[in-house]
Design a protein around this ligand. Sequence first.
Ligand SMILES: [Zn+2]
Length: 272
Amino acid sequence: MPELPEVETVVRYVRPNIVGKIIQGVIPQNNYDKVLATHTPKRFNKLVAGQSIIDVTRRGKYIALNFDNGFLLIHLRMTGRLLLKLSEDDKLKHLTAIINFTDKASLYFKDYRKFGRLYYYDSMDYINNKLGVEPLSKDFTGDWLYNNLHKNKRQLKPLLLDQGFIAGLGNIYVDEALWFARLHPQQISSVVSRKKSNVLHAAIQRLLQTAIDNQGTTIINFYFGEGEKGNFREQLQVFGRQDKKCPRCKTVIEKIRVAQRGTHICPHCQKI
Ligand SMILES: [Zn+2]
């Protein structure tokens, strides 16, 4: 599933190609009207047709096409992809929506698993109220993390995955960050020391920024542009490396289940 760096990579790919374009219409494909999560196709089109894209931004794992009036949000979920053109390999049955522009260009939403959605909101308030802090913003400070780990008394992994706590983290970067901070994913957040909280804070920011610089991580199904992969995979320390050695202490990395998610830990470095 695309996480913050992968979504940011998609934003940076589409932004220069669609800013300034005017929406002609948004057409669900393959009778999949529910790809439009907030309105019927008719109503959705009334709201977005004729609107000019003034910017493309990201909030958490949402891509936001900014208009003068309102926002068209896109969530890729598991397998959603945005394409500027279709290749011969792209199966039309996997398209869930096409955004057509008045200059005849299109943005194709291809989604094999079909969980991805488009939304229209007249302001970002609804999303901002639902999502927690942006981890690469100045609001996400060492103090913020320490105080909020202690306000919550939850296991670290489900807390860090909670989009209402920190927006944009997912399975890959949470496993990596907890390994860097030598924290067990089932550790209760309120007992994390200030020192480890600071390491975790720095690790989250460094991982996300480095992953963005590497255009994300491709494990199975993240691609952007014309089938390009993210290059961060080779820098992963624990995620997907079960049965290999911990880069720090050479103990064999284990895959366990935490909060219904496959979770990678070094049992020596990450003790409760
Ligand atoms: Zn280790």
